[in-house]
Design a protein around this ligand. Structure first.
Ligand SMILES: [Zn+2]
Length: 73
């Protein structure tokens, strides 16, 4: 009786630990992705290439100030 209870608790904590690690690493990966993700823009007026973090729909060119849409590959 005690052995089966011990094994059940061991299995429960093992599965719980795996789910905890899965959740923690998934959250960390999502944060890293958002921090590293960079959208590339090409200015149609002056030809300057620049980037912006995140996924903005448009960003102003640092050289001439024109708002451009992101490059699509
Ligand atoms: Zn420009």
């Amino acid at each position: 009786m005690a052995l089966s209870l011990f094994l059940s608790l061991l299995l429960l904590f093992g599965i719980g630990g795996i789910f905890f690690l899965w959740f923690a690493y998934d959250r960390r990966g999502t944060r890293e992705h958002h921090r590293r993700y960079q959208t590339v823009f090409h200015c149609v007026r002056c030809g300057h290439l620049y980037g912006s973090t995140g996924r903005p729909r448009q960003a102003d060119c640092p050289a001439c100030g024109l708002a451009n849409i992101p490059l699509r590959f």
